[in-house]
Design a protein around this ligand. Structure first.
Ligand SMILES: [Zn+2]
Ligand SMILES: [Zn+2]
Length: 444
């Protein structure tokens, strides 16, 4: 494989590309602030009968699992397949503890008047899902009880509640994985993602949507045009994170934008920044595979910073841009990256912080004072799905190339183990629809 040192994008604004210093991979959004929502919101009911059946099957040697010593784990045996095709049971990927993901059936959820019943089609694996999978916790959220994992999903509407007017059966939707209270000050002022009573999928103890059937409030299911497929609909979640960050940073025509981190969120942010009219976008990471993807998707320049110290990195960024970038979007949350973001950004410029890292970090605060740098936090999204869908449907953003791997729901355990290795991958998707044919999708 050619070294990135030797690679030059044909129409690159700057020809010099080199490798150094660690920036790290993307760290997308974090499951919910605040307390647990109404327990009635949980669409799943534990089905003891299924577990007993699973135990019986286990004794017959028909169950394969991530950890064979654990009970109640069900892989898709022939008997399960028939259940599934009858649509009577709801196969779900349930996290019991660190690296203990099991496939189990749960009862079909029922909808309330303002909700829709969705046939989940595709669910992406996010960096935060991987963290919960690996550690059983994420920030203040600790897994105590089994939880359906997953929060980046798309689906087809099967049934609508009697109060629903925006959707009908058969509609293709991107599921915004949060539901606020709609009553508090944050909700009233449009910042519903900061609602203290926010429900967020797969933020313990809330169930997520890596399951066949899922109910969700209809106003948080965003209809996707027919010409976009379900994989693209799923990717509206990371793109919404990117859109939110670009809005926070007021990315516009003429901006030179530095993106720190070339994972799914970094790449989506790069695409969104270009759609907003950025003149040039520069991407830093330590991983050649990810940087190569950034070049493929249109980065004007990439820098592998693995072996470069902070001072050299800042100097090289300025050399490449021709001057300091005026906007930086930090997408990995590492102290080293945030430091570079502050140091490299032009006076009176903006640093948007998207990545999630250590709670306490040592940052060059005085540098940001002397230069009047605007440091802005960006958390998930609020009113951003519409923009993301519009960008993709009008061809302003081609998000699909960030997909690198696809799995079936039956292989969800393998998918999470794979995502956990973090090697040569950007976005891993799990196809929940049993009719999905791997080869056809991969051609898209
Ligand atoms: Zn996500
Ligand atoms: Zn609220």
């Amino acid at each position: 494989m050619a070294d990135l040192n030797e690679y030059s994008r044909p129409n690159m604004k700057h020809s010099e590309i080199w490798r150094r210093f660690y920036i790290g991979s993307s760290t997308p959004d974090l499951p919910a602030f605040g307390k647990t929502p109404d327990p009635n919101h949980n669409p799943f009911i534990f089905d003891q009968q299924d577990l007993e059946q699973a135990d019986t099957e286990n004794s017959l040697g028909r169950i394969s699992t991530c950890n064979s010593s654990l009970r109640n784990q069900v892989n898709i045996s022939a008997s399960c397949q028939s259940e599934r095709s009858n649509n009577k049971k709801n196969l779900a990927a349930i996290l019991y503890g660190p690296r203990d993901l099991r496939l189990e059936y749960r009862q079909m959820p029922t909808i309330k008047g303002h909700q829709v019943l969705l046939n989940v089609e595709v669910c992406g694996i996010c960096g935060t899902d991987v963290r919960i999978y690996e550690d059983g916790r994420l920030g203040p959220f600790t897994l105590k009880d089994p939880m359906v994992i997953g929060h980046e999903a798309s689906g087809t509407v099967m049934e609508v509640g009697k109060c629903v007017t925006n959707l009908k059966p058969g509609d293709k939707v991107a599921i915004e994985p949060q539901v606020p209270c709609r009553m508090c000050r944050m909700c009233k002022t449009g910042n519903y993602h900061m609602c203290p009573n926010l429900y967020f999928c797969a933020a313990p103890p809330n169930d997520g949507n890596l399951c066949q059937y899922f109910t969700h409030d209809a106003d948080f299911c965003h209809k996707v045009p027919c010409h976009l497929d379900q994989e693209v609909a799923t990717l509206m979640e990371p793109l919404a994170v990117a859109v939110h960050a670009c809005k926070k940073g007021r990315i516009t025509s003429g901006d030179d934008v530095l993106i720190l981190g070339s994972g799914a969120i970094g790449l989506a942010t790069m695409l969104a920044a270009k759609a907003y009219g950025a003149s040039s976008v520069f991407v830093l990471d330590i991983d050649d595979y990810k940087l190569r993807k950034a070049i493929d998707l249109g980065a004007d320049c990439v820098i592998n910073t693995k072996n470069l110290d902070e001072e050299e990195t800042v100097r090289k960024i300025c050399q490449l841009v021709g001057h300091a970038p005026n906007k930086t979007i930090e997408c990995c949350g590492l102290e080293a990256a945030i430091r570079i973001g502050i140091l490299a950004t032009k006076p009176c410029g903006t640093v948007v912080m998207v990545g999630l890292g250590a709670d306490n970090q040592c940052l060059p605060v005085m540098n940001s004072v002397y230069k009047e740098i605007n440091i802005i936090g960006s958390m998930r999204y609020a009113n951003d799905y519409e923009t993301a869908i519009d960008m993709v449907s009008r061809g302003k953003v081609d998000i699909k190339p960030i997909i690198t791997h696809r799995f079936k729901l039956e292989d969800a355990c393998d998918a999470f183990e794979f995502a956990s290795k973090k090697e040569e991958q950007i976005k891993v998707l799990i196809h929940v629809n049993p009719d999905w044919i791997p080869d056809e999708s991969a051609k898209c």
